[in-house]
Design a protein around this ligand. Structure first.
Ligand code: PNW
Length: 493
């Protein structure tokens, strides 16, 4: 029975690919024959990416898995938030979402059809420890065992994120979530446990996804779970505890994972772009990058808070020890960067801080989400600043992508040429970075498929595959073909 269901879906998927004029053969098996060679443009080598550049897609657990009550999973703060806060745009929840928990094999086939060689996913902490700490739930971990086996059988390398915002509700109830360093410690215990059990197959681990967003939107603005609006002193402490959780998890992964396991953060750095690329503006943008990321990447990589950051915190300054700072700055193997948008255009000025942030004109262009300004240069400057400021030798772009209106055309296809425009331009800047020697090793496109977009519910679509949430049917958008071609040629197309 399940065979019939799968093959029907598979067939539907294949039909959709061919409607878009794409061969359904997996890219890597399609050895370029003579006729195929002919249609390749005559590109100079400089337009390509380095050999071995890793192409991937990304998702996160709560946004796709569904099955929130299955196999002993405990509730998360997001489960509570969507069911009680009234803050989700379309009043939806992710109880089912993409039903990936049951359809993961089909979803791995979608990846395979794109030709990606890597997949970044997150592990749901409340599946593994339903109470956040204490007794583990082997059935919850088993889902990731099945997923890993399926990925590896398809030659797709797994990159696991330990925390993509779905904190076990029990830890929120017990000690206010990240307001307490008990949560930082529980996070490290969970990360060590997972590294020990999955480390035979997962070689790359990201600790926390976007510390800055979970702190600000979850505990400051209150739009994300747990929906709190804490005053500044507490918010500072939450931020510090999250950074501490990152550092403790780095240590736990090394202590419990196999020799050679690699670990680092996945941060949405505040990207500062030199408004005009003069040496003075470039220097000013570097200074701004260091200061505006002081509570996150800067302290993780330098082991200290900057003077300006501490002065700004003033009487709200946080409580921490020298030992905390050395934990937070535990050596990492790579930096993951989520790059979506240019936060600031910087101009050098002769003031105390050495820079000014240009105001955004009302005419500045945006993509589909309220915050998503279009600034492809962010994809060049974010990794370049990180490499230059902190001498980081390995960088992954852990997320990049966009929401778009994605209306199916009369023929049923989604011709998302705006998403393609966005991706092409960001990738041109990524290519500029790699050819300048910026050590970016791989790129994970957000997202494999449309999914639950947090407080925007299902109203914003980020996928290469369109998902009909009534039927769970996945259909490739035109951008899926764009990405597949890019991967196949290892060059921007
Ligand atoms: C990321 N910004 O969030 C998250 O990691 C994903 O879970 C999410 O689905 C994706 O991007 C798309 O939103 C961000 O304001 C949210 O710059 C906001 C920003 C950046 C990233």
């Amino acid at each position: 029975m399940s065979f019939n269901r799968i093959s029907r879906r598979q067939f539907a998927g294949m039909a959709a690919w061919s409607a878009l004029g794409i061969s359904t053969k997996p890219a890597e098996s399609g050895q370029a024959g003579a006729s195929k060679e002919k249609r390749l443009p005559d590109r100079s080598l400089s337009s390509g990416f380095p050999g071995g550049f890793l192409w991937g897609t990304a998702t996160s657990a709560y946004q796709i898995e569904g099955a929130v009550n299955e196999d002993g999973r405990g509730p998360s703060i997001w489960h509570r938030h969507v069911h009680t806060s009234g803050k989700i745009l379309d009043h939806s929840n992710a109880d089912v979402a993409n039903d990936h928990y049951h359809r993961y094999k089909e979803d791995v086939r979608l990846m395979k059809a794109l030709g990606v060689k890597a997949y970044r996913f997150s592990i749901a902490w409340p599946r593994v420890f339903p109470e956040g700490a204490g007794s583990p739930n082997p059935k919850g971990l088993d889902f990731y065992n099945r997923l890993l086996d399926e990925l590896l059988a398809n030659d797709i390398e797994p990159f696991a994120t330990m925390y993509h915002w779905d904190l076990p509700q029990a830890l929120q109830d017990r000690h206010g979530g990240w307001l307490s360093r008990d949560t930082s410690k529980a996070f490290a215990d969970y990360a060590g446990y997972v590294a020990e059990r999955l480390g035979d197959r997962v070689k790359h681990i990201f600790t926390i996804n976007e510390c800055s967003r979970l702190v600000y939107l979850g505990y400051g603005a209150g739009s994300d779970a747990p929906g709190l609006e804490l005053p500044q002193p507490e918010l500072n402490q939450v931020r510090h505890n999250v950074a501490l959780g990152h550092g403790l998890a780095v240590q736990a992964v090394r202590a419990h994972g196999r020799v050679g396991i690699r670990v680092g953060p996945a941060e949405n750095i505040v990207t500062c772009i030199p408004a005009i690329e003069t040496p003075a503006n470039i220097r000013a943008a570097e200074i701004a990058t260091r200061e505006l990321n002081a509570g996150y990447l800067t302290v993780m990589l330098e082991g200290k808070y900057t003077d300006a950051f501490l002065a700004h915190a003033g009487k709200n300054a946080l409580k921490y020890t020298a030992e905390d700072l050395s934990v937070i700055s535990s050596p990492i193997d790579f930096v993951g960067l989520n790059v979506y948008t240019p936060e600031h255009y910087v101009v050098a000025v002769d003031n105390e801080q050495g820079f000014t942030l240009a105001p955004f004109p009302a005419s500045f262009p945006y993509m589909g989400s309220a915050w998503s300004k279009i600034g492809p240069e962010a994809m060049y400057w974010a990794p370049r600043h990180v490499a230059k400021l902190w001498d980081v030798k390995s960088i992954y772009i852990t997320e990049n992508g966009t929401s778009a209106a994605d209306e199916p055309a009369a023929d049923g296809n989604v011709y998302d040429v705006d998403r393609i425009m966005y991706l092409r331009n960001y990738l041109i800047h990524l290519q500029r970075a790699t050819s300048d020697g910026v050590p970016v090793l791989g790129y994970f496109l957000w997202s494999l498929m449309d999914n639950f977009e947090w407080s925007d519910g299902f109203e914003k679509r980020y996928g290469l595959y369109r998902v009909d949430f009534n039927t769970q049917r996945r259909t490739p958008k035109l951008s899926a073909s764009f990405y597949r071609e890019t991967i196949e040629r290892n060059a921007v197309v």
